[in-house]
Design a protein around this ligand. Structure first.
Ligand code: C5P
Length: 336
């Protein structure tokens, strides 16, 4: 029994715990920054994506340095061998990095045309696209109970984020075509999210290369694609702001913390994908959405729980228990 609580198991629970903590604080901070930041000095998401990626790469380099017993020479050699000398390996990651870059921009488009609640409710379908990709690409076995709990989780998170009347009013202001575009963008993002996550999981789990090195390789591609798509978005939507005010316009201390947390989030996601899996990650982020709403109720006072919220929370918690229920393990443990 004790042997089962080995190092990877500890890392798995630690990374899940930290991911919940990171997602919760990021949501809270974004909510808080919205209340104190005006629309005119708002930072551009396109620049934030690239900055977060850069900070993530720096954190990865520190982690590789720790892995290499804090030797600068070994760090440089590893980076040289794994990043510089293996362009094919980096190229393998061009698929998830390209997809993530597209996804970030799709979500950005979706948020411009849909209200935040509709966007978040629809985006939860990524739980199901992820599970589908896990079955099709990784050959993961999901029995009826697991599928049932995944549907329950999706409905639960959607309920938790169900818009109130005030939020649906603002949606009505967007034209039919804009709403259609927004919905198309967020639905496409659910596909890229599922596929890119599972593709990355396959790469992580089928080769011994360090997860941080993989992240740097992924980030390299994501930044290149990110800059490319970001520039298109900046050019079509924000060109005048960037040319007048510069790349880091609107980067207040809070924005820097948000960007840092986003970078850290990428690292934690990678750790969770490696030591747990993409589906479990879906449970962790769903639970943190609930957690951030509860903290928001007590601290920021900008959230009033509705009946939908209570139902949704019950569903999410129920789904988490159902999914973690392992028939075989329970019968084996009762024998011990
Ligand atoms: O919504 P979803 O769970 O697909 O979002 C995953 C996010 O995590 C994306 O923004 C992606 O860029 C980021 N990510 C990352 N590093 C990884 C894997 C994902 O930054 N290794």
């Amino acid at each position: 029994m004790l042997a089962m609580m080995s190092k990877p198991n500890t890392i798995k629970w630690l990374s899940l715990f930290l991911l919940v903590l990171q997602t919760t604080s990021l949501v809270l901070l974004l909510r808080y920054s919205r209340t104190i930041q005006t629309k005119t000095d708002r930072y551009l998401s396109s620049t934030a994506i690239v900055t977060a990626e850069f900070l993530k790469a720096l954190m990865c380099i520190v982690l590789v340095w720790l892995e290499q017993e804090r030797s600068l020479i070994r760090l440089i050699k590893t980076l040289h061998d794994e990043i510089y000398c293996k362009p094919v390996e980096t190229f393998k990651l061009a698929i998830p990095s390209g997809l993530y870059a597209i996804q970030n921009n799709l979500l950005f488009i979706a948020l411009s045309y849909l209200n935040a609640a509709t966007y978040q409710v629809t985006y939860q379908l990524k739980i199901l696209t992820t599970a589908l990709c896990a079955v099709l690409i990784l050959g993961q076995k999901l029995d009826a109970l697991k599928w049932f709990s995944l549907f329950m989780l999706t409905i639960g998170v959607a309920f938790v984020q169900w818009p109130d009347e005030k939020q649906t009013e603002s949606l009505n202001k967007a034209s039919w075509f804009q709403q259609f575009t927004g919905l198309g963008a967020v639905l496409s993002a659910t596909l890229t999210s599922g596929f890119a996550g599972i593709y990355f999981e396959k790469i992580l789990k089928t080769s011994p290369t360090s997860v941080w090195i993989r992240n740097i390789q992924l980030g390299k591609g994501k930044s290149i694609f990110g800059v490319f798509f970001g520039l298109i978005i900046v050019y079509t939507m924000d060109y005048s702001i960037v040319s007048q005010k510069g790349f880091f316009n609107g980067y207040t201390t809070i924005v820097w913390i948000v960007v840092l947390l986003q970078g850290l989030g990428g690292l934690l996601i990678a750790a969770v994908i490696k030591y747990a899996d993409n589906i479990v990650k879906g449970f962790a982020t769903s639970l943190s959405i609930i957690l951030s709403s509860i903290v928001s109720y007590f601290l920021l006072h900008d959230f009033e729980p509705t009946l939908f919220f209570y139902f949704g929370t019950t569903f999410v918690i129920g789904a988490t228990f159902l999914y973690s229920y392992d028939k075989k393990k329970v019968t084996e443990e009762s024998k011990v």
